[in-house]
Design a protein around this ligand. Structure first.
Ligand SMILES: Nc1nc2c(ncn2[C@@H]2O[C@H](COP(=O)(O)OP(=O)(O)OP(=O)(O)O)[C@@H](O)[C@H]2O)c(=O)[nH]1
Length: 313
């Protein structure tokens, strides 16, 4: 059973990539979605009827590594898939996810090998995140075999070249696809992904002082928050840019607003996107919203959304 890992920092486009890539694959695939926050959203955003195992409230590379390895064993027993595609949390270290897969092979005796390491890099966020989060952020870039770029539509040609050169300096061996992978047809995308194949299944075990993600990042999750209209939601999320709420790095959610429309909400410091999510596998009883960031002012954020809301924590 092969394992392919699709990594990338918060909101770079991992789930978007999976939805484009999954329908192209033959054989049986199971997806593992790891969400740092307390509620799972990505599982609802995966299109089609592919089995998805959600592991949330931490990172599979550190606090949830045992659950992750158990998950791999159970998937193997239950589904006998050809492959597992893993979307680690945006704040997970790719090297640690690789090591956890290796442990599943060596210690748990599961016949798995990591074959593809894909990292998605938001070109608009790269420089700032690399400066601010350093090795924590760069780990995903340095261990990717294929680097895909997102948010190219938000950057000019010259700046794009400068950023690609800087990304290349961090991982000169990786293949960097410089175009918009969302526009690739089936053959082109499969050919590109196959180029990430020549990866041995015995990765170098990286010696580092582990900094668990939950020491750096925190999250806040809401089930059925009090904000009800699209306009209220947009305004509230815009306010989170204000430093008084801490450093909000990611907001995502699926909510049905007062008009009946189901909205998928995606925001990072670099973009805010609101799109119709009528085709998602949403749990119809629950509106979900997650915030991830550093030094989050939890009380202030709760008040901002609505004093009457029920908070999941
Ligand atoms: N304009 C633009 N939008 C993109 C691109 N890639 C992804 N998106 C959008 O960006 C938002 C976030 O994408 P996701 O695929 O959910 O990102 P993610 O990495 O899975 O997010 P997390 O799991 O929260 O870390 C969605 O609204 C996507 O439609 C891109 O290259 N350009």
């Amino acid at each position: 059973m092969e394992i392919q890992i699709i990594s990338g920092f918060l909101g770079t486009g991992k789930t978007t990539f999976l939805n484009q890539y999954l329908p192209l694959l033959d054989g049986k695939t199971v997806v593992i979605e790891n969400e740092f926050g307390d509620v799972g959203i990505d599982g609802e955003l995966i299109k089609g009827d592919i089995p998805v195992r959600e592991i949330y409230a931490g990172c599979i590379c550190c606090s949830l590594s045992v659950e992750f390895r158990e998950g791999i064993c159970e998937i193997e027993k239950k589904f006998h898939p050809d492959r597992i595609l893993i979307e680690p949390s945006g704040v997970g270290r790719l090297s640690d996810v690789i090591n956890a897969c290796e442990k599943a092979r060596m210690k748990d005796g599961v016949d798995v090998s990591v074959t593809k390491l894909i990292s998605i890099v938001d070109i608009m966020a790269f420089e700032e995140c690399a400066d601010y989060f350093g090795s924590f952020y760069l780990d995903q870039i340095q261990h990717g075999r294929l680097l895909l770029l997102s948010n190219l539509d938000g950057i000019g040609k010259t700046e794009k070249e400068v950023q690609i050169e800087r990304i290349r300096e961090k991982n000169p061996d990786a293949i960097i696809y410089e175009g918009d992978w969302r526009e690739l047809d089936r053959e082109a995308l499969l050919t590109l992904v196959d180029m990430a194949e020549n990866y041995t299944d015995h990765p170098e075990v990286v010696a580092h002082q582990p900094i668990p993600a939950d020491k750096v990042f925190s999250s806040l999750s809401f089930i059925n928050p009090g904000v009800k209209t699209a306009d209220q939601i947009e305004k509230t999320i815009a306010m989170l840019k204000n430093e008084e709420y801490g450093q909000v790095l990611r907001v995502k959610g699926i909510l049905q607003v007062d008009t009946g429309e189901v909205l998928q909400i995606d925001a990072t410091p670099y973009y805010s996107r609101y799109q119709n999510a009528a085709n998602s596998n949403r749990d119809e009883k629950e509106n979900k919203l997650i915030l991830i960031g550093c030094n989050l002012e939890q009380e202030k954020i709760r008040e901002l959304f609505h004093p009457g809301m029920k908070e999941e924590e």
